[in-house]
Design a protein. Structure first.
Length: 135
């Protein structure tokens, strides 16, 4: 099973561009409920991401990867933004994007490692277009 790490920490976001992206992302998700789909919950990572993004809550239900994506439909419906951890899920789980859209929720695909710089970058480039479409 792939190891999930959250390194480097927030203080590695040192360039002006990194800080600008983090601030822009927080403007979109601050105070919202997030949902990680994929793999087993790593509580230290969950708490750190929740705090750094200023989410009101970040749920991370553990999954074996063998269940149907529809098992998470209620979780998607009750969250504001869904993150699909691509290294931790089955190919068929790409339907989570349609489920998020059906419930008018934000959606972020997270390829690669679960590091804060990667999360912020993916959110920045994926959420901005979604937010502008809602305007």
């Amino acid at each position: 099973s792939a190891r999930v790490e959250l390194d480097p920490p927030i203080d590695s976001l040192v360039s002006d561009e990194d800080i600008a992206m983090l601030n822009a992302v927080k403007e979109v998700v601050k105070g919202k409920k997030g949902l990680f789909i994929g793999g087993s919950c790593k509580e230290d990572i969950r708490l750190k991401v929740e705090a750094e993004l200023e989410l009101s809550e970040l749920a991370w239900p553990s999954s074996s990867g063998t269940e149907s994506i529809y098992r998470f439909e209620r979780d998607i419906q009750s969250s504001d933004v869904t993150f699909l951890l691509l290294k931790q899920v089955r190919t068929g789980w790409s339907q989570s994007k349609e489920l998020a859209a059906d419930h008018d929720k934000l959606y972020v695909r997270l390829p690669g490692s679960i590091t804060l710089p990667n999360i912020v970058k993916q959110m920045y480039y994926q959420l901005a277009p979604q937010e502008s479409r809602k305007a």
